[in-house]
Write a protein that binds this ligand. Structure first.
Ligand SMILES: C[S@@+](CC[C@H](N)C(=O)[O-])C[C@H]1O[C@@H](n2cnc3c(N)ncnc32)[C@H](O)[C@@H]1O
Length: 179
């Protein structure tokens, strides 16, 4: 299942609806860990790997990881291939990724959010992915089609079996905000 949301309250309700008590969750864009704490309460017997590249996440996430030993925080840019590769190794050791959350900011560039979703979900193969992004929600409700191609899992089964691409350099071509 792939859930797309925008409102942070809806995002957190969807987390409550989908996360099971021993789920392995990868959270992209944890910020200061407010949803990480919710995820931990929902999955007390599971594992959580949370990532964010903002300086303010560091001290806040230290408090979270001090409170909960099953939470691991990585300060990193999730657009980078090496970061995905490192997390993919951890997930391979754990054995599975149940839930992938992509919240880079509700109004964040939808193209980047989609790319991050596509690459990470194709690699980690989660049962469920939840994406928080206004542009993608707008696209879903605004687009129409007469053909049906549909995935049941948390990745795009029609095109998600290609493995980790060697580099994500093309991000640099897509946005002037990315250095
Ligand atoms: C809206 S906040 C996330 C809120 C959090 N999920 C919650 O529920 O409280 C978006 C976060 O995504 C992070 N972010 C944006 N782009 C990122 C990137 N390329 N790599 C890692 N983190 C990123 C930002 O630093 C920010 O903390």
């Amino acid at each position: 299942m792939i859930k797309v949301v925008y409102d942070i309250k809806v995002y957190r309700q969807v987390l409550r609806d989908i996360i099971k008590k021993d789920d392995v969750v990868v959270e992209l864009g944890c910020h200061v860990g407010n949803s990480t704490r919710i995820i931990h309460n929902l999955s007390p017997d599971g594992r959580i790997i949370s990532l964010d590249n903002s300086p303010e996440s560091v001290n806040a996430m230290k408090l979270v990881t001090d409170d909960y030993s099953s939470v691991e925080f990585i300060k990193a840019d999730v657009r980078l291939h090496k970061v995905l590769e490192d997390v993919a190794k951890k997930i391979k050791e754990i054995g599975r990724c149940d839930v992938l959350s992509v919240d880079l900011g509700g109004g964040y560039h939808p193209d980047t959010t989609f790319k991050v979703f596509f690459i990470w979900s194709s690699t980690l193969k989660p049962r469920v992915t939840i994406i928080r992004n206004r542009g993608l929600l707008d696209f879903i409700h605004s687009a129409s089609t007469d053909e049906l191609v549909k995935s049941e899992m948390g990745w795009l089964e029609s095109s998600g079996n290609d493995g980790i691409p060697p580099r994500l350099k093309e991000f640099k071509l897509w946005s002037s905000k990315i250095n």
